[in-house]
Design a protein around this ligand. Structure first.
Ligand code: NDP
Ligand SMILES: O=C/C=C/c1ccc(O)c(O)c1
Ligand code: ZN
Ligand code: ZN
Length: 364
């Protein structure tokens, strides 16, 4: 990389078309602005959204696209006005790298809901250049000196290993934020996690750490032993088993639905108690259906939630450090990223791939 104030040439792994296959791609990072932090990427988690984006599931993909939004790295350079971060610190970046700073959500510190949000990849930055994500040697991220709290860079607490922290930056905060926002952080609640993948497994861990009784609702029996023995779930339902599902009717205060493909909502609405909440997380570009009595007759809520704010991300990282929470990860080298993406799409990962971008890990 170059020196302060110059453009830096980096190599990332980019999708060139909707096949979603990544290959090396060299591009330049913007000059380090006064409010910018340059991050040498160490680890980056693979989220199912990376598949949606690289394969153009939403019809808005632009190529070449370097995905990756669960980024942990080391600060290697700071802009002239940056005082919150120092060279050598371990930091994180997530889904969003910019927002307007002026709208209601920005002023209320829920900048993820800003209509002018800038995505960390597959978007255009304020300088007119494409944004590129974390499957690359480095990123430049605005840390926004105009707000008291950090944006869009978070500090990784010393008690969290960098590779462990990566999945928290999207999967972790995606479950933490709605539990807090919807008043579901009190102990003793009965929660359901639908879909035991990257987001779902963090859902089990975070909900358990909040003192909930957690039921995993999965499409198969394959993950039962791990869910119960290693993740700490209290119960496990196979969604296709009608007898099991019938026995669990009216039992849950909330369900966090992480399924990334079309699925009917009625079976899950039935599992909710009166006033229960179904919180949609999966990005599904198809109308979902339910009949209105399913919500009317129990005053039930169907809602959605998008990641979490930077403040919540920092809070969640500290919560995970304090509670000793870890993610369950499989580390892969960057040149194996395509195999990892294929396996993720086939539902063959326990439970999050993390790419060792800097090649820190020695093969066993
Ligand atoms: N709202 C937000 O802010 C965020 C949304 N997302 C979205 O949430 C969804 C889940 O993300 P993530 O946890 O990374 O995904 P994963 O692929 O890791 O997990 C999804 C889980 O859903 C279940 N599933 C059921 N049917 C299918 C299917 N046909 N294909 C694949 N999985 C299936 C599987 O669990 P099981 O085996 O138990 O059935 C699977 O493990 C994605 O749509 C992603 O884009 C992600 C992050 C933030
Ligand atoms: O993984 C993070 C992004 C999630 C996301 C949620 C909703 C949506 O419409 C997206 O395009 C992405
Ligand atoms: Zn994500
Ligand atoms: Zn805004």
């Amino acid at each position: 990389m170059g020196s302060v104030g110059s453009e830096k040439t980096v190599t990332g792994w980019a999708a060139k078309d909707a096949s979603g296959v990544l290959s090396p791609y060299t591009y330049t990072l913007r000059k380090t602005g006064p409010e910018d932090v340059v991050i040498k990427v160490l680890y980056c988690g693979i989220c199912h959204t990376d598949i949606h984006q690289t394969k153009n599931h939403l019809g808005m993909s632009k190529y070449p696209m370097v995905p990756g939004h669960e980024v942990v790295g080391e600060v290697v350079e700071v802009g002239s006005q940056v005082s919150k971060f120092r060279v050598g610190e371990t930091v994180g970046a997530g889904c969003i790298v910019g927002s307007c700073r002026e709208c209601g959500p920005c002023k209320s510190n829920i900048e993820q809901y800003c209509n002018k949000r800038i995505w960390s990849y597959n978007d255009v930055y304020t300088d007119g250049n494409p944004t590129q994500g974390g499957f690359a040697s480095a990123m430049v991220v605005d840390q926004n000196i105009h707000v008291k709290t950090n944006r869009f860079v978070v500090r990784i607490p010393p008690g969290l290993a960098p590779e462990q922290a990566a999945p928290l930056l999207c999967a972790g905060v995606t479950v933490y934020s709605p539990l807090k926002h919807f008043g579901l952080a009190d102990s003793g609640l009965r929660g359901g996690i639908l879909g035991l993948g990257g987001v779902g497994h963090m859902g089990v861990k975070i909900a358990k750490a909040m003192g909930h009784r957690v039921t995993v609702i999965s499409s198969s029996n394959k993950k039962r032993a791990e869910a119960m023995d290693h993740l700490g779930a209290d119960a496990y339902l196979v969604s296709t088993d009608e007898a099991q599902m019938a026995r669990a009717i009216d039992s849950l205060d909330y369900i966090i639905d992480t399924v990334p493909v079309f699925h009917p909502l009625e079976p899950y609405l039935s599992l909710l108690k009166v006033q229960g909440k179904l919180i949609l997380m999966g990005v599904i570009n198809q109308p979902l259906q339910f009949v209105s009595p399913m919500v009317i007759l129990g005053r039930k809520t169907i809602s959605g939630s998008f990641i979490g704010s930077i403040d919540e991300t920092q809070e969640m990282l500290e919560f995970c450090e304090k509670k000793g929470l870890t993610s369950m990860i499989e580390i892969v080298k960057l040149d194996k990223v395509n195999e990892a993406l294929e396996r993720l799409e086939r539902n063959d990962v326990r439970y999050r791939f993390v790419v060792d971008v800097a090649g820190r890990r020695v093969e066993p």
